[in-house]
Ligand binder design. Structure first.
Ligand SMILES: [Zn+2]
Length: 400
């Protein structure tokens, strides 16, 4: 049985851009290590986001970990609650809560920034703590997280009307009207009251950050995943800066490694992630190493930054790992969870490119580069994350 190393560049997939001479950022980027895997591996595409589901990182990473989102996905909030190790009742409703920048709460209001300028965690924690002091009650509890990403737990919310509300993920509606969402919030008096009061209570922070509203979304009942090792065989570890990816790992009983200085952006601690992967592979079987920066650059709509995020992934993650572990008899997977096209500044459901590399795998094609078009050209399209998982387990000699 071979060890498995799964490398995931969040939101790396993209569409051709005129500004890049009709290349995608991945095609335009200088990625010698990814291209080495492409030339020496089996490339294809995988439909990580099932038809009819939202192309979120929660759904797509769950799929890449081998769990069918159609069966196990209850919402984004519950996954992040699992990351924080919150004690929850099965009847709770867990919301992801963003601190955001809106233009107002009037009919013409728009979502100016889903991340409140990638706000500072310390300031955000002050705000969330204050909101909990002032607004927390027997029904609602605020839990602080990282930067703009927090949680709201609604006691006994499983059967409450709020459970069925359809709220747009804020990163999907940058610069777009929020009237429909405000209408949905307003169908619940207590929820709308929470939003209105929060706006007032946040006013004193207006000179220290861009956050001026809360945005609860992605609500669902607590996440229940069957154990990774008992389901698939390998003992697994997860490396990520992002709560939702860590939450998936924790819910699956994997070892979740804390990396000091992992930010989820271009300034993340790449070396720390590489070191953690090496350390885990000294005794474990499976590492899922996730880097968030390409996705964030896609949301920013910045081709140059996205190319940099991809080149950093190649040079600072994949390259060093190939240096230290390239000669070992293990199985390598390089992929992304979903597309975050610059042109759309949000996620799409396109099948993602992947490459599987290991001694004994005959390259199924003659590609020299790892990119969206070359992966699609192989004609290999897997119907979901669980199929990709079954394939790599099989090729690595594990029987699921
Ligand atoms: Zn993602």
């Amino acid at each position: 049985m071979k060890q498995l190393l799964v490398l995931v560049a969040d939101g790396m997939g993209d569409w051709p851009l005129e500004a890049l001479g009709n290349k995608t950022p991945l095609e335009a980027a200088h990625t010698p290590n990814m291209d080495f895997l492409a030339a020496n591996g089996c490339m294809g595409t995988c439909q990580t986001v099932p038809e009819g589901m939202q192309p979120g990182s929660d759904v797509a990473n769950m799929a890449l970990l081998g769990y069918a989102p159609e069966t196990y996905h209850t919402g984004r909030g519950p996954i992040e609650a699992a990351a924080q190790g919150l004690e929850l009742d099965p009847d709770d409703l867990v919301w992801r809560l963003n601190l955001v920048t809106v233009s107002g709460y009037d009919h013409q209001a728009t979502m100016l920034d889903y991340s409140a300028g990638h706000m500072d965690t310390k300031v955000a924690r002050e705000i969330i703590t204050h909101l909990q002091d002032q607004l927390g009650d027997a029904t609602f509890t605020f839990y602080p997280g990282i930067q703009y990403r927090h949680l709201l737990v609604q006691k006994k919310g499983r059967t409450a009307p709020e459970a069925g509300l359809s709220i747009n993920p804020p990163h999907d509606i940058t610069d777009q009207p929020i009237a429909a969402d405000l209408g949905a919030y307003a169908s619940s008096t207590r929820l709308m009251n929470l939003l209105t009061r929060a706006r007032e209570l946040m006013a004193p922070w207006s000179n220290r950050c861009a956050a001026n509203a809360i945005w609860p979304w992605g609500q669902g009942t607590p996440l229940m995943l069957p154990g990774f090792e008992s389901t698939f065989g390998p003992r697994g570890g997860i490396i990520s800066a992002v709560d939702l990816v860590k939450g998936l790992g924790r819910a699956a009983g994997m070892e979740v490694m804390e990396i000091p200085g992992a930010t989820g952006f271009l300034d993340t601690n790449y070396q720390g992630k590489v070191d953690a992967a090496r350390m885990f592979l000294d005794q474990g079987d499976y590492v899922y190493l996730h880097v968030e920066a390409p996705d964030e650059c896609g949301h920013m709509g910045d081709p140059a930054k996205k190319i940099q995020a991809i080149e950093d992934f190649d040079a600072k993650v994949l390259g060093p790992l190939l240096q230290s572990h390239g000669q070992r008899d293990m199985l390598w997977v390089l992929t992304c969870d979903h597309f975050t096209p610059i042109a759309r500044r949000t996620h799409t459901t396109d099948p993602v490119p992947f490459v599987i590399h290991s001694a004994g795998i005959t390259p199924s094609h003659h590609s020299t580069r790892f990119d969206e078009a070359q992966a699609a050209r192989t004609g290999l399209l897997l119907d979901g994350g669980p199929t990709l998982m079954a394939t790599i387990l099989d090729w690595a000699g594990w029987k699921a």
